[in-house]
Design a protein around this ligand. Structure first.
Ligand code: ZN
Length: 130
């Protein structure tokens, strides 16, 4: 039945609109973001006789690096330990933003299909038939 179909579509569109508004609110919470990731490394030094060469637990560090890609090339930036958290937070934000955008895109795709259906059925409705 056409009426039921329309009612179902309207309620779906209302749900989509609500969910989309929720995602936009999450988007508003996004803080500064950076691509890439922050790595924490323990390293061996140049001294052959240092304990770090025998025992992985005695390696030096931690050393932090922010790595990201530019045009397919990886860029590594050495970070001071006290700088690392702010980069870590920013790269986490970037991941959050990406997943948020993916969810918004998926939701929009469903909504657009319904909106297009609605237009189609409005245009082929009784008002247009003679
Ligand atoms: Zn060493």
């Amino acid at each position: 039945m056409k009426k039921m179909e329309q009612a179902r579509r309207e309620s779906l569109l209302a749900v989509y609109a609500q969910q989309f508004a929720g995602l936009k609110r999450e988007l508003e919470q996004v803080r500064y973001f950076c691509k890439g990731s922050v790595l924490k490394r323990m390293m061996k030094c140049g001294q052959r006789r240092c304990a770090c060469h025998q025992d992985p637990a005695k390696r030096h560090g931690p050393y932090f690096e922010w790595t990201y890609k530019v045009k397919g090339k990886t860029v590594n930036v050495r970070l001071r330990p006290d700088e690392a958290p702010v980069y870590k937070a920013a790269t986490d934000q970037y991941r959050k933003l990406r997943s948020l955008l993916a969810r918004m895109e998926r939701l929009s795709r469903h909504a657009v299909v319904r909106l297009a259906e609605k237009l189609r059925s409005d245009n082929s409705g009784p008002s247009r038939t003679r």
